[in-house]
Ligand binder design. Structure first.
Ligand SMILES: Nc1ncnc2c1ncn2[C@@H]1O[C@H](COP(=O)(O)OP(=O)(O)O)[C@@H](O)[C@H]1O
Ligand SMILES: Nc1ccn([C@H]2C[C@H](O)[C@@H](COP(=O)(O)OP(=O)(O)O)O2)c(=O)n1
Length: 224
């Protein structure tokens, strides 16, 4: 009997999860080991938020931001991201832009505008994609779906270390507050909220090293 399109498994490993859980790090390493492309979908939301702010467009202006998102002039290369010819690799990583990304990500027209752009990253090489809705919306036929998480205090410590800040005191507390605020916003929105897909495997990395987290994903991949 013929297999319908909806039954076909896509050569995609979807890795979703909350902020600073390690999705990007694990997804990029798994992609390199399996010789696949890597999609950092959050970067597209961050780029859209940055582009809007550069043009003084309010992050709640759904129509204008969706229009920008459709024509985002972005070039991804191995170690940099160019927006309109400008290197914005570091500029999109600030927590202000993270909050902006989270705000515009709640607008349905913006998500629709970025949908095809994300799907276009899939080539015959295969893809490892990280974000919030890789498994539920963008690649529902992904061959493996992981929901990567860790406790909020551990994620805040990881983010602090990543930014070269102390893992206690005022900086840590501010990062923890920002992480919890963004998680809450991403979980409670009506479109594509942050939550594990029904068929996702939950990987809590609170007590795991990066190497162990990558190994877990590869172990599951070998079993599919
Ligand atoms: N399992 C882990 N154990 C310890 N640190 C980790 C682990 N996974 C990721 N990290 C570190 O946590 C930080 C945040 O990871 P990142 O991949 O940027 O998260 P996300 O993409 O989910 O926001 C990075 O500095 C990364 O090296
Ligand atoms: N697939 C995605 C990816 C990101 N987003 C939104 C929600 C997030 O708070 C922001 C930023 O995402 P990003 O993955 O870059 O953020 P973190 O690295 O996890 O802190 O974008 C989304 O709604 N859907």
């Amino acid at each position: 009997m013929a297999v319908s399109q909806s039954e076909l498994r896509m050569k995609v490993i979807a890795i979703d999860g909350p902020s600073a859980s390690g999705k990007g790090t694990v997804a990029a390493q798994v992609a390199a080991i399996l010789n696949r492309d890597y999609l950092d979908s959050g970067a597209l939301y961050r780029l859209t938020a940055l582009y809007a702010s550069q043009q003084n467009i309010d992050w709640h202006n759904e129509h204008e931001i969706a229009t920008l998102a459709y024509k985002l002039p972005v070039v991804f290369s191995t170690d940099s991201i160019l927006l309109n010819g400008m290197d914005v690799t570091a500029a999109i990583r600030t927590e202000t832009i993270g909050m902006g990304a989270s705000a515009i990500a709640a607008l349905p027209a913006v998500r629709t505008a970025l949908l095809q752009r994300q799907r276009d990253f899939l080539t015959p090489r295969g893809l490892v994609a990280d974000g919030r809705d890789m498994a539920s919306v963008v690649f529902p036929q992904a061959e493996l779906k992981i929901f990567l998480t860790a406790s909020a205090p551990i994620r805040a410590q990881r983010r602090a270390l990543q930014l070269g800040l102390a893992t206690d005191g005022a900086d840590y507390q501010r990062i923890l507050n920002e992480i919890e605020k963004r998680d809450q916003a991403d979980r409670s929105r009506t479109v594509a909220p942050l939550k594990p897909a029904n068929d996702a495997i939950i990987l809590d990395t609170s007590l795991l090293s990066i190497k162990e987290s990558v190994e877990k994903v590869l172990d599951w991949y070998r079993k599919i």
